[in-house]
Each structure stands twice: as structure tokens, then as C-alpha cells.
Design a binder for this molecule. Structure first.
Ligand SMILES: [Zn+2]
Length: 137
């Protein structure tokens, strides 16, 4: 279960961060998910709640917020920076939709909106990040 492994990693990172900052009770965790990450947001939220250790006193009253990081690309030949809404789907909406779930296919479906090159780098929108953590010392 992909979502559960990621959720566990987020909880582990939160507890480690709390240890380093001397936080005894974590109030709020903000997790940021890249738009291109292969993850179902609702499933991930469910997994996070499932993996939260109920016996862990630092996490008794924690609130979890999930944010989405929009994907950003930069064309290598012309240096144009663009986002998913800027991209014209090549072969219909269903193909564009697939990009969200299969980021490895992004290069097959995305072209630079300025010069039509398929040669671009992904600047943002990948991965799962523990964005911030608030708590009481
Ligand atoms: Zn370009």
C-alpha cells in the first residue's frame, strides 16, 4: 500500500522533527503533496489517520492539513516556465488526466506551450513533503 508507506514516513518525520525541536505535543502537521505524485489524496488522508499511533502522547490532539503543490516545468531549449494548465493536451482530455496519475508519462504527453519541445525539467510538483509542524514545548 503506497499511501500507507508514505503516511508512515510522514509520521516518522514529524516525530523526529518534534524531537529535534523539543516539542512535546504536536498541534498541527502540514503535508504538501506534489500534483504529479502518484497518490490519491483521500486515501492518503485516511492512511495518515490510520498510522497515527494512538498511544503516542505527542500526537493526541494533532490536526493534519494536506496541501497540493502545483506542478511547474521549465523547457530546456527555450527556458520557458509553465504549469499543467498551460499545456494543451495532445490527444484529448483523458490523456491529460492520466498525467496526474502516471507522472513518468508526462514527457510523452506534455510539450512546451511556446516551442512545442518535449524536453523539459520538472521544477515542482513531485513528492510528499512534511511542510510544517506546530506544537508546544
Ligand atoms: Zn520551449
Amino acid at each position: 500500500m503506497h499511501e500507507f508507506a508514505l503516511a508512515q514516513a510522514v509520521v516518522d518525520a514529524a516525530l523526529q522533527t518534534a524531537d529535534q525541536a523539543g516539542i512535546r505535543r504536536i498541534v498541527r502537521i502540514t503535508v504538501r503533496i506534489g500534483e504529479l505524485q502518484q497518490i490519491e489524496r483521500d486515501c492518503f488522508a485516511f492512511a495518515l489517520n490510520e498510522v497515527l499511533p494512538t498511544t503516542e502522547p505527542r500526537l493526541v490532539d494533532v490536526a493534519i492539513a494536506i496541501e497540493t503543490e502545483a506542478a511547474r516545468f521549465r523547457c530546456r531549449p527555450c527556458a520557458h516556465a509553465f504549469a499543467l494548465p498551460d499545456v494543451q493536451p495532445l490527444e484529448g482530455d483523458s490523456e491529460a488526466e492520466a498525467i496526474h496519475f502516471i507522472p513518468e508519462l508526462a514527457h510523452a504527453f506534455i510539450r512546451c506551450p511556446r516551442c512545442q519541445s518535449p524536453d523539459f525539467e520538472v521544477l515542482a510538483g513531485r513528492g510528499v513533503i512534511l511542510q510544517s509542524l506546530e506544537g508546544d514545548q
